[in-house]
Ligand binder design. Structure first.
Ligand code: FEO
Length: 173
């Protein structure tokens, strides 16, 4: 059974994951309108992955006999001056998510909730990968700068990103 404190913290994280999903969907729509189909695709896949993150937490709360409580999702930005600006904003956001996960882990440790610590380990690993992906893309977009051909090639590269569920833990249970 989850303690009320841990349940509240997990519900707050579910909301944060849906906010992330909404942010990346907003980026996908912005770059679609800008004609950068590959960049839009990359963010759309990210939108799908963030919903899976929320799903993993929701499954976990249910498995522990808790109650998922969905709160309103706050407003997200709607435009970015370039893909580079969007990927910089993404890294900044993911750094904040990493801090949230770390805080959750510290709370679960203080509450002797080792099952929650165990589930959070998946997210700790996932955050390392997400931050690394964002840094790589920041490097690539910095490298091409304002070069139209470079931007076109990079957009083509991002068009190949395909969605696959990041974990069986995200199944609709
Ligand atoms: Fe759910 Fe991008 O972390």
């Amino acid at each position: 059974m989850l303690s009320p404190k841990i349940q509240d913290a997990l519900n707050a994280q579910i909301n944060a994951e849906f906010w992330s999903a909404y942010l990346y969907l907003s980026m996908a729509m912005h770059f679609k309108a800008e004609g950068l189909e590959g960049v839009s695709n990359w963010f759309y896949v990210q939108f799908q992955e963030e919903q899976d993150h929320a799903r993993i937490f929701m499954n976990y709360v249910n498995q522990r006999g808790g109650r998922v409580v969905l709160a309103p999702i706050a407003e997200v930005p709607t435009s970015w001056e370039s893909p580079l600006a969007a990927f910089k904003a993404t890294l900044e956001h993911e750094n904040k998510v990493t801090a949230l996960i770390n805080n959750l882990y510290a709370l679960a440790t203080a509450e002797n909730d080792y099952a929650t610590c165990d589930r959070l380990k998946w997210f700790i690993t996932e955050q390392v990968e997400e931050e690394d992906n964002d840094r790589t893309l920041i490097d690539k977009f910095t490298l091409v700068g304002d070069n139209g051909m470079g931007l076109y090639m990079l957009d083509q590269e991002l068009a190949s990103r395909a969605y696959t569920t990041p974990s069986p833990l995200a199944a609709n249970e």
